[in-house]
Design a protein around this ligand. Structure first.
Ligand code: F6R
Length: 366
């Protein structure tokens, strides 16, 4: 049932071209510029006119929410807040009638997320569920929603569910933006095409698995690691660090690259691996200058960059190359090497990557 792979985690990482394709299929028509999300139709008007969107989730799903914040604000010009469901539910949050809450959950059973939406619902919010497990509690409690259609995720660490969440959230943002007119038609058509091309590009990224395995051997004995990114890739740095912690038990932290100067840079020595998510986007030059700051302190830089980009060999010890993609969809690509690096390091260290210690697949207790 692992389909020839050593672990479910690896199988699920490699399924992503198909799972993202399945998620987009029948919904995104990039040729005619049409996005159909039938589970949202009834609330389409309210969602489009929402004064504010609040995204609630935990863990990896919360990282998908952070990416969505950047995308929705950029394309739809609607203010977005992203909050840990566990914090939201206990802090008497301000909710106005008409606010739209997007709950993101692979399992659909995470206790904190479930209670958070129940609370918000009582106060008049519209709940939109982005859920993988069909018929799960969060799906049933939501007014409207879109399933991620990633298929069952067995590995405890979330991989394919995360990229499917990003695909759905990007479709939602594009649909709202198009209907509101907050982006022009040319940009809309371009982004639809970019999104439709993602499954193929993920397959290209996966061809680097062997090279990432070699990097895993090189860095597996590190005691700590830092993951840095900016903009759309900042949440991917957080996700990279979370994956490494879960699977390889190496202490890792993710930061927005510019925050590093405000503290974490004190950790940098010639034994610290620093993973930079530095694909070509509007933040790129800034990220490269952060990379220089790390290299000046002799950190070991692993840079995820875009094909055709030239990073001085003196800046990065190792590079992982991504196919070019619009910055809005790029996180679905740059997250793949994060997953593979964590996986191969965990395997190299002899850990049970499908069932990391102390973790459960769905956290149904608060
Ligand atoms: C990390 C991971 C967890 C989950 C979190 C939320 O790899 O799997 O952080 O993302 O427990 O779970 P769901 O999405 O089921 O609500």
């Amino acid at each position: 049932e692992k389909g020839g792979y050593d672990h479910f985690m690896l199988k699920e990482i490699f399924e992503q071209p198909q799972t993202i394709y399945d998620c987009l299929r029948g919904r995104l028509d990039a040729v005619h510029g049409n996005i159909i999300l039938s589970g949202m139709n009834q609330y389409a008007e309210q969602i489009m006119n929402a004064p504010r969107i609040i995204i609630l989730a935990c863990g990896t799903s919360w990282h998908a929410g952070l990416v969505a914040e950047y995308i929705i604000e950029e394309l739809c010009r609607i203010p977005v807040e992203v909050e840990y469901a566990s914090e939201f539910r206990y802090r008497n949050p301000v909710i106005h009638k008409g606010d739209v809450i997007i709950a993101i959950s692979q399992s659909g059973e995470t206790a904190d997320t479930l209670v958070a939406i129940e609370t918000a619902k009582e106060q008049g919010a519209i709940i939109l569920g982005i859920v993988n497990v069909v018929g799960s509690s969060i799906a049933r409690k939501s007014h409207a929603g879109a399933y991620t259609h990633a298929g069952p995720e067995i590995g405890v660490a979330s991989t394919k569910a995360f990229t499917a969440q990003l695909a759905v959230l990007t479709m939602i943002a594009l649909k709202i933006a198009h209907e509101k007119g907050s982006i022009n038609n040319e940009r809309f058509m371009h982004l639809c095409k970019e999104l439709a091309d993602i499954p193929e590009k993920v397959a290209l990224v996966l061809t680097q698995a062997e090279a990432i395995k070699v990097l895993a051997e090189k860095y597996k004995d590190a005691t700590d690691a830092l993951y840095l990114g900016r903009g759309y890739n900042f949440p991917i740095a957080l996700e990279g660090a979370l994956k490494l912690k879960e699977i390889s038990y190496i202490h890792a932290e993710g930061y927005p690259a510019a925050e590093m100067k405000h503290g974490p840079i004190a950790l940098v020595t010639d034994t610290l691996p620093v993973v930079f998510v530095a694909t070509k986007d509007s933040y790129h030059e800034k990220v490269v200058s952060n990379m220089q700051e790390i290299k000046a302190r002799k950190g070991r830089v692993i840079a995820v960059i875009t094909e055709g980009d030239t990073i001085s060999p003196t800046l990065a010890d190792d590079v992982i190359i991504m196919p070019p993609a619009d910055e809005i969809v790029a996180p679905m690509l740059s997250t793949i090497p994060m997953q593979l690096l964590a996986y191969y390091i965990g395997v190299a260290k002899g850990y049970d990557v499908d069932k990391p210690r102390n973790l459960a697949k769905s956290v149904t207790v608060e």
